[in-house]
Design a protein. Structure first.
Length: 467
């Protein structure tokens, strides 16, 4: 056990995502000792992570060192920041175990460990279809995408070349739609006329979705508009398609033509997984020692105030929490599930901190109420959909250029730090004027793409269409 420097309650916060960051800021002026643990040294603005993966932004533009972000809080003398990975939580012993075996005790615990990729029981797909949760994921995907065009340039066989120039995105939620639209823009504009033997405009981007529509959380009108905008970007959108296999040769999926079930195979070497998420493995550790329940996605089922039933000193926030929103103005109304989005995580972090302080004062805690300000997703250049919840006026929905501008400035506003806002604004302005994506440098071709080596270069014609 670690020694306590004073008699203030010891608060342990796991994860410096949106929720953890808000919890630290809310508690920094309170008479408590705070220890923040994260396995990286930076906070990441995940909504723009796909921009790093598609070479639109550099990593520092959407991330910042934790110690820099919390420098004012650290000056108050009650915050310790540790870069370490928590491998286990022992709720009965009120302690956590770090990756080097060190054990830290706590009086109060806030767990915001986030989520990871879910392949629905097919983890063997992961090497061929990386998801997008971390900077490392973004660098991997960027290398695969840029490397695919480079391999196509070297490839003499038209069939194999077509596979290298085919890109498949699985899952048509906001991340999948944004990724597919940006990949299409890269092929149509950014890389145009930059290769001698291939025409990047002949690249094919396929978006596969198991349900019947894209952006399933949006109203049907906006979902249809998003589909139309993707079509204008030359993205091949295929809904009602269930992926059954992913390997080095491509993606196999089930589709329907009328009442007939068809098995289709898409030859490709570049697949991006955006179809499912699961709670952090820490959720299982916490559930085992705290006698807590997990939902089907591995998220921890929490009480209305975000705590655990048998361990009220433990609160779970963000993507790891299977939380519901409660309306105090309508106490008999059915609580609604909370979506896994950054505004929800921020609100959870603030409430967890407030309820912790209420417990210290022996006051009753308050249930979580999610204030939904709306949803937005960008499809590509001058194309986006926005669904806002405005008090008094109700729902305001729009799409197209104005929606794209709204999405752009909203994301700039919520970025951490003035420098990041300025850098992103300049990068986006330059990309809009020139179609250039400056962050196209990659360290090396990823190993996953080496499994299907290109044949030796022969006297191939300057341009070959897709087979």
């Amino acid at each position: 056990m670690t020694s306590r420097p004073n008699h203030k309650p010891k608060v342990l916060i796991i994860g410096c995502g949106f929720g953890g960051l808000e919890a630290v800021k809310a508690l920094s002026k309170a008479p408590v000792n705070i220890t923040l643990i994260d396995r990286t040294n930076h906070h990441l603005f995940q909504p723009l992570l796909y921009q790093v993966a598609t070479a639109g932004l550099s990593a520092p533009a959407i991330s910042a060192p934790i110690r820099h972000i919390l420098r004012r809080e650290m000056k108050r003398g009650n915050l310790t920041v540790l870069q370490a990975e928590v491998t286990a939580i022992d709720a009965a012993d009120k302690s956590v175990v770090l990756d080097d075996g060190e054990r830290l005790d706590y009086d109060h615990l806030i767990v915001g460990a986030g989520a990871t990729h879910s392949y629905f029981g097919h983890d063997d797909w992961a090497p061929y279809a990386p998801g997008l949760k971390t900077l490392a994921d973004a660098f991997d995907i960027r290398a695969r995408v840029i490397g695919a065009f480079e391999r196509a340039e070297r490839c003499a066989d038209p069939v194999e070349r077509a596979a290298w120039m085919s890109f498949v995105v699985v899952g048509a939620g906001p991340t999948g739609v944004e990724m597919a639209g940006t990949l299409a823009e890269i092929a149509q504009h950014t890389l145009a006329q930059q290769f001698r033997r291939i025409d990047s405009k002949l690249a094919r981007v396929v978006l596969l979705e198991g349900s019947g529509k894209v952006l399933g959380s949006f109203v049907p009108e906006l979902s249809q508009r998003a589909r139309e905008q993707l079509k204008r970007l030359k993205v091949d959108v295929r809904t009602g398609c269930k992926v059954t296999a992913i390997d080095e040769t491509g993606v196999t999926y089930e589709g329907h033509e009328g009442d007939v079930q068809l098995i289709n195979h898409l030859p490709t070497h570049t697949v991006v997984w955006a179809a499912g998420v699961a709670g952090s493995p820490l959720g299982r550790s916490l559930a085992a020692t705290a006698n807590a329940e997990l939902d089907r996605a591995g998220r921890v089922v929490v009480q209305p105030d975000l705590s655990l039933l048998e361990h009220p000193e433990v609160q779970v926030i963000g993507d790891l929490a299977a939380a519901h929103s409660y309306d105090p103005d309508h106490p008999h109304a059915e609580p609604t599930p909370v979506p896994g989005v950054s505004p929800a995580a921020k609100q959870m972090g603030r409430l967890a901190a407030a309820n912790l302080l209420r417990r210290l004062k022996h006051e009753p805690t308050e249930p979580f109420r999610y204030r939904d300000y709306g949803s937005l997703a960008t499809i590509g250049r001058r194309a986006a959909v926005v669904d806002l919840a405005v008090p008094v006026f109700g729902a305001i929905r729009f799409s197209g250029l104005f929606a794209w501008l709204f999405w752009l400035f909203a994301h700039i506003y919520f970025l951490i730090g003035f420098r990041n806002r300025l850098v992103v604004l300049i990068d986006w302005a330059w990309a809009y004027l020139t179609f250039e994506r400056h962050a196209r440098v990659v360290a090396e071709t990823p190993r996953a793409t080496e499994s299907a080596s290109a044949p030796p270069l022969q006297d191939a014609p300057d341009t070959q269409p897709l087979a």
